[in-house]
Write a protein that binds this ligand. Structure first.
Ligand code: DSN
Length: 448
């Protein structure tokens, strides 16, 4: 077995942490990881991520550093930058953002003044916190004008257009965290260009699909792209900001503004171990098997969606075009997301409770669950396995239909009783055993 499973040194020096990491490896390996923003990185990538590069301070950019000792680190960051430029076909890439939220903040700093109007998809409609939600600085420092999805679950492009005409935003986000349909980047570009707004694609969820050809690319339509690196791209936790040719035509200094916003405006020393791992992920993404994997992620999600619908579950937008599925549990009552996600966890199926458009409940007790197929596809599962897994998910949801979210003051006691019930539920336990078995047939980290 490989070092990242055995942890030979850590086991000797810090058995407490080593033991917990080993248990987490087991949880990941012997469970169905279906949170759509997660994936399994390759063992090769783990070697780069766990390397001595974490020792190096590297404020600045290649050939423009504030310290010494860049004989090897500069070429590593340069390789990451060049691979990002090549993979997406863009003239500029910044690979230093620590993760998606700081990267999006850097985009605001580079393009907007405090108080400027910005548009993004409303959070309960599938948008991201950093696209102008009130509890994020994006909604505190800038003036957010949210757009929504229609009754059918698709983005209301007429509303995007009329809000843009009315509010003349400085920046428009296109992208989401819980949206199962393809984005019409061309239609967004027409609207943004008419009002002179920056159009920024946050493709964090779908980067791997774009690089595989399973989703259209935003490159020719938008000025900037932000992507996290740890979702469908299968990289380390981190993010990149890409400046397109269209972006440089709008503002010739845009690349420089982005670089200055990331460092020194917002960040200090970049995480070079993470950047090396991003380079590895981009190298892997340019191989033919990555493209097959991206196409299969979507085929698997469509197969899973069809089983769930066949079993009577309601999906927001009635299906999926990408890697994720949003299940609307309101036909069984408001606030059912927490019951469904906890019961599924008891069966070793990990999804997340999620708000749905016009959710009648609250974000902590939402009425939906969000699930996806990236890790299952990465470990080699196909449509046949989705058929089985979809059936198990529907079976578990059947077990929780009778629970009702009570008034606030009764919740703690009620949930305690619910948790005890699912622990002793033999149908859920049986599904947990089947899940363990199917995972053993698709080993990932425990191959040796
Ligand atoms: N937390 C990420 C997700 O799960 O989609 C977004 O930041």
């Amino acid at each position: 077995m490989d070092w990242f499973c055995e942890l030979p040194n850590l086991t000797k020096t810090d058995p407490e942490i080593a033991d917990l990491i080993k248990k987490e490896i087991g949880r990941e390996e012997f469970g169905l990881q279906m949170i759509p923003s997660e994936n399994f990185v390759s063992p090769a990538l783990l070697e780069a991520l766990g390397s001595v590069l974490t020792n190096k301070y590297a404020e600045g950019y290649p050939k423009k550093r504030y310290y010494s000792g860049f004989e090897f680190v500069d070429p590593i960051e340069t390789v990451a930058i060049e691979r990002a430029k090549k993979a997406f076909g863009v003239p500029h890439a910044n690979v230093q953002p620590y993760s998606g939220s700081p990267a999006n903040l850097a985009i605001y700093v580079a393009t907007c003044n405090l108080g400027d109007t910005v548009m993004g998809l409303n959070l309960p409609d599938g948008g991201h916190l950093t696209h102008g939600w009130k509890t994020s600085v994006s909604g505190m420092f800038y003036k957010p004008v949210p757009y929504h999805v229609k009754e059918d679950g698709y983005i209301d492009m007429d509303e995007v257009s009329s809000l843009a005409q009315q509010h003349k935003p400085k920046l428009i986000w296109v992208g989401a965290t819980a949206y199962a349909r393809e984005f019409d980047f061309g239609a967004f570009a027409k609207i943004a260009d008419e009002v002179g707004a920056y159009l920024v694609a946050d493709i964090s969820h779908i980067t791997g699909l774009i690089l595989s050809g399973a989703h259209k690319s935003p490159v020719e339509h938008v000025h900037l792209i932000m992507t996290t690196t740890h979702k469908t791209l299968r990289g380390p936790r981190g993010a990149m900001i890409l400046v397109t040719k269209k972006g440089l035509e709008k503002d010739a200094e845009l690349a420089e503004k982005i670089d200055k916003a990331v460092f020194p405006a917002l960040q200090g020393g970049p995480h070079e171990h993470q950047i090396a791992a991003t380079a590895v992920a981009l190298g892997e993404a340019m191989r033919p098997e990555f493209k097959e994997n991206g196409m299969q992620i979507v085929k698997n999600a469509k197969a899973l969606a069809s089983v769930l619908m066949h079993r009577g579950l309601k999906l927001v937008s009635g299906g999926t075009d990408n890697h994720l599925i949003l299940v609307d549990l309101t036909p069984f009552g408001a606030g059912k997301g927490v019951f469904a996600s906890e019961a599924l966890e008891a069966a070793r199926i990990f999804v997340n409770k999620n708000t749905i458009p016009k959710d009648p409940s609250s974000p902590f007790y939402p009425s939906g669950i969000r699930l996806g197929t990236p890790t299952l596809t990465t470990r080699g599962m196909k449509e046949g396995e989705m058929e089985l897994i979809g059936g198990w998910i529907a079976d578990v949801i059947n077990e929780i239909k009778r629970y009702e979210l009570p008034a606030k003051e009764e919740r703690a006691e009620y949930l305690k009783k619910f948790r005890a019930d699912i622990k002793s539920n033999s149908r859920i336990a049986d599904i947990g055993t089947k899940v363990r078995n199917i995972c053993s047939n698709f080993p990932f980290y425990f191959k040796n």
